[in-house]
Design a protein around this ligand. Structure first.
Ligand code: FAD
Length: 388
């Protein structure tokens, strides 16, 4: 049994800690704030396999299969529901692009199909069908509760004996050659160290700082934090907009009905580079912008009260694909998940745990695609399809 440090108590770090515990490893999980306080508890709940490239489609096809069994495996109600994602086309060119994506997704077993607006209206009763020509519909996409999912993983991991520490900040490493030998951390003003056999950097927006602590260049994995925001309406009758509904050509604007309380979560690609890694202040321009799209997608929303607005980070590499893999002999990274880290966590957590302990994984994860050294080689991938 080796001792593995996981840095970052978001969904990726916690899911990986759980998978490592399942494999019988001794795990120490560090979170500088409270669990979920990074991007995870700010996310829009969405889970989809509708990507536009082979690597992300195959990874998410597998991840959705894990999501389907997660509630039973974790023995916890995480409110995972396959309520679908519905993308809407506003031009003939976009319909053709949808058809090409659907063909690619079908090739890997994702059952997306093109639907007309009558069917779209049956699926989303408050939809304004008039501006749209067709929809790309995958009923197997869905949503889950990020709070319950993170705690479900954490509770089970703790039952298996992981040492999970909140308000404990990693501040440095001891390194011999290409091997990290110890992690230094601060808790309640006290600095301590622990010897470790391997380390995972799962710090997402903060990952470049952790890489630097390990003696690597800060921009080796160039992740930039963009402020992304959401607003939520008062609860509506269930069944009004259960799928995530998104016309990508309208600035990636989307609506999705919260699976817990029925409020409609509204998002859009109105993003700003974060001024700092504390810059999570919601902005008025987003509120105005997102609602102008939301009421065009679903006109009855103009009568709904907004009860909440919040912001978090899309931690983005230049191609919006995460960096997943090995950086030093025993130092690994899974970070930079942009708008799709929550949905990817079941697959990525398993893949990372297997890579770190066995050197290979049964998860269909294309290690070359996500290689963290690709930026240094100037090899960007085609941009991952990014919404919520
Ligand atoms: P995080 O949750 O950010 O966790 C990283 C953790 O590392 C943080 O808690 C941080 O405090 C900790 N940390 C940093 N430095 C240190 C240190 N030195 N020591 C100890 N701990 C440290 N994804 C989806 O899949 N579906 C969606 O619908 C979706 N919608 C989104 C909507 C919004 C508005 C936002 C902001 C994001 C959305 N995302 C969505 C993206 C998703 O939230 C993230 O990709 C995912 O949560 C990333 O998880 P993570 O564990 O990698 O990072």
């Amino acid at each position: 049994m080796s001792k593995i440090a996981v840095i970052g108590g978001g969904i990726i770090g916690v899911a990986t800690a759980y998978e490592l515990a399942k494999l019988g490893e001794e795990v120490i999980l560090f979170e500088k704030n409270y669990f979920g306080s990074g991007s995870t508890f700010r996310c829009a709940t969405g889970i989809r396999a509708q990507f536009t490239d082979e690597a992300n489609i195959r990874l998410m096809k597998y991840s959705v299969e894990r999501w389907e069994k997660l509630e039973e495996e974790l023995n916890f109600d995480i409110n995972f529901r396959q309520t679908g994602y519905l993308f809407l086309a506003t031009s003939e060119d976009e319909v053709e692009a949808f058809k090409a994506n659907i063909k690619l997704q079908n090739r890997f077993g994702v059952p997306t199909r093109l639907i007309d607006m009558d069917e779209a209206r049956e699926i989303v009763p408050i939809l304004n069908t008039e501006p749209f020509l067709a929809g790309a519909w995958n009923p197997k996409d869905g949503k889950a509760n990020p709070f319950k999912t993170l705690f479900a993983y954490l509770f089970r991991a703790r039952e298996m004996g992981i040492d999970a520490r909140e308000h404990t900040e990693v501040i440095g490493f001891e390194r011999e050659g290409n091997t990290i030998t110890a992690v230094k951390f601060r808790h309640n003003g006290r600095i301590e160290r622990v010897r470790v056999d391997a380390v995972l950097n799962a710090a997402n927006a903060w990952a470049p700082l952790i890489n630097e602590m390990a003696g690597l260049k800060r921009n080796l994995v160039p992740i930039t934090a963009y402020k992304h925001q959401l607003v939520k309406t008062e609860p509506l009758e269930p069944g009004q907009a259960e799928p995530l509904v998104c016309p990508p050509s309208w600035n990636d604007a989307y609506i999705i009905q919260d699976g817990e309380d029925g409020g409609i979560i509204c998002g859009a690609g109105i993003e700003h580079k974060a001024k700092s890694l504390n810059d999570v202040e919601p902005t008025y321009d987003f509120l105005r912008g997102v609602l102008s799209y939301a009421v065009k997608i679903a006109p009855p929303l103009r009568y709904a009260h907004i009860v909440r607005q919040w912001a978090g980070f899309y931690a983005k590499p230049p191609d919006s694909n995460p960096a997943i893999g090995k950086l030093l002999d025993n130092f690994y990274i899974a970070a930079g998940f942009s708008g799709h880290g929550f949905m990817m966590a079941p697959a990525v957590g398993q893949a990372m745990a297997e890579l770190m302990t066995k050197g290979r994984s049964s998860v269909p994860l294309d290690w070359e695609w996500y290689d963290p050294y690709r930026f240094e080689r100037g090899e960007l991938r085609s941009s991952a399809f990014q919404i919520g």
